[in-house]
Design a protein around this ligand. Structure first.
Ligand SMILES: [Ca+2]
Length: 342
């Protein structure tokens, strides 16, 4: 299956840690059969952080869906301060009747169940990031929002919404090796060491001084991690956050630009086809599986580790994931950008 193939590539990336080679971290597959829509129950956890961006930057703008947009310095690109929420995707589907295809999802204790963005297998509130959305679903969302806001005179005909380019995502996350922002100190961090159930941080692709991540670094697979669907069990040693699955957007401190959850929570679709030229020479040399780009027109770029990720190398800010554009998964969502001249 396509998904299994793509995830096999990801597992190849994890050859940094030989123990990981036997672990199916992201086993999932799709089929095209229909599944009934169902609203999920609400989770009791509330966001702990305001979505207000840093006050010292350019004034943000807020769009018709209440999405705060932050200007990327030096560019006419405004990037969403947070990942697209269930509530925004709900507005899209109610307005258009758009339906995503359900996913046939492998269960932890055997068997398969249907999953989709409204029935992801764990609680999601309207403030959680939408998941089980493909690149194509995200693209459709952007096109709809562009049409609606142009019709209502909220943006000009020269402005449009789309997914962020890989380069734009890089500018948003900044130049540090890991995405946890400038508001966190890593002075007291200690090196991660090998331990049962914990990831090794033994490769020089990993900055040992940065692990474990500081408190509130983001929604990663810490000791709280619970995977109700699959068999992913690896956790990040000496790290714990309040969220065993996805978190409401903005639950962790923003980075220096005022952008939330670039690292952790959900991984995010980007506009670009994945090709090997996106790699830093360091990663290209050390992780040969990154070179398998399917000819450069097979996979779309996915940036940012997610709630299921714990390997330190995957938490790097410059790590690119890649997926088939039709893939839907429990750890991939998206954020939007607004581009063009007013
Ligand atoms: Ca977590």
């Amino acid at each position: 299956m396509k998904a299994i193939r793509a995830f096999s590539i990801l597992l190849g990336i994890l050859m940094l840690d030989s123990a990981l080679q036997t672990v199916d971290l992201r086993g999932a597959s799709q089929d095209a059969s229909a599944a009934p829509a169902k609203t999920t129950s609400a989770e009791s956890v509330s966001p702990t952080q305001s979505l207000d961006p840093s006050p010292h930057l350019d004034s943000p703008r807020t769009n018709s869906l209440g999405v705060v947009l932050i200007r990327i310095p030096g560019h006419s690109v405004w990037i969403a301060a947070h990942e697209t929420r269930v509530q925004e995707f709900t507005a899209f589907t109610l307005s258009t009747g758009y339906q995503t295809e359900p996913v046939r999802w492998k269960m932890r204790y055997g068997g398969w169940e249907q999953r989709d963005w409204r029935q992801p297998g764990f609680p999601q509130t309207p403030s959680h990031p939408v998941i089980f959305v493909s690149y194509i679903d995200a693209e459709q969302f952007c096109q709809w929002l562009t049409r609606v806001e142009r019709t209502n005179g909220l943006i000009t005909a020269r402005e449009s919404y789309r997914l962020p380019k890989d380069e734009e995502w890089s500018l948003a996350v900044g130049s540090s090796r890991y995405p946890w922002g400038a508001r966190q100190s890593i002075a007291n961090s200690t090196p991660a060491m090998a331990s049962p159930g914990g990831h090794l941080a033994s490769d020089r692709l990993v900055d040992l001084k940065a692990f474990p991540p500081p408190l509130n670094a983001g929604n990663y697979a810490g000791s709280e991690f619970q995977d109700p669907n699959s068999s992913r069990q690896r956790t990040l040693r000496d790290y714990r956050d309040p969220f065993p699955q996805t978190a409401p957007v903005g639950s962790f401190p923003p980075n220096a630009l005022g952008i939330f959850d670039l690292g952790g929570n959900v991984a995010e679709w980007c506009l670009d086809w994945y090709h090997r030229d996106l790699l830093s020479p360091e990663l290209e040399d050390k992780v040969p599986f990154y070179n398998n780009d399917g000819g450069g027109r097979q996979y779309r770029v996915v940036r940012g580790a997610s709630w299921i990720d714990s390997h330190p190398a995957l938490l790097r800010a410059d790590c690119r994931f890649f997926e088939f554009p039709e893939q839907r998964s429990d750890h991939i969502g998206f954020r939007i950008v607004l581009t063009g001249q007013p």
